[in-house]
Design a protein around this ligand. Structure first.
Ligand code: HEC
Length: 116
């Protein structure tokens, strides 16, 4: 009886270990959530607390971000992936999908003037 019980427990433990990670942890974050988590510390409301004039507003992006006028989202993806000066690169911190979705969010906000 005792043996049966331990076999059952062992089986249960092994089963639990093999179950896929909870879906919740894998669920994709939205662009705005990624922005809050990874960007807002330096870019709250589309500003730049480190280099004041290099904001995420359209005028600044046109002026400072290479390629923004040809392909806004692509230019943002590029900067986020590789970083620039005091801005860290995110290629090892976010997946490419996450970078794409945060870039889409930033692009949309810059077009809207960062009004909520
Ligand atoms: C540690 C602070 C910091 C974090 C975190 C950060 N940035 Fe930046 N970001 C900067 C700085 C500093 C610059 C200006 C870089 C330069 O050109 O010297 C910048 C510039 C930019 C630019 C170009 C703006 C311009 O006017 O030239 C974009 C787009 C941008 N960041 C997007 C993001 C996104 C999206 C995230 C989050 C994934 C992020 N940044 C996270 C500091 C940060």
């Amino acid at each position: 009886m005792k043996k049966l019980l331990s076999v059952l427990i062992l089986g249960f433990v092994l089963l639990t270990l093999q179950l896929p990670k909870p879906a919740l942890a894998q669920e994709a974050l939205s662009g705005s959530q990624i922005f809050s988590n990874s960007c807002a510390a330096c870019h709250i409301n589309g500003n730049n607390v480190v280099v004041a004039n290099k904001t995420l507003k359209k005028e600044a992006l046109i002026k400072y971000l290479k390629g923004y006028e040809e392909d806004g989202q692509g230019a943002i993806i590029n900067q986020v992936t590789k970083g620039k000066n005091a801005m860290p690169a995110f290629k090892n911190r976010l997946t490419h999908e996450e970078i794409k979705s945060v870039a889409a969010y930033v692009y949309k906000q810059s077009e809207k003037g960062w009004q909520n």
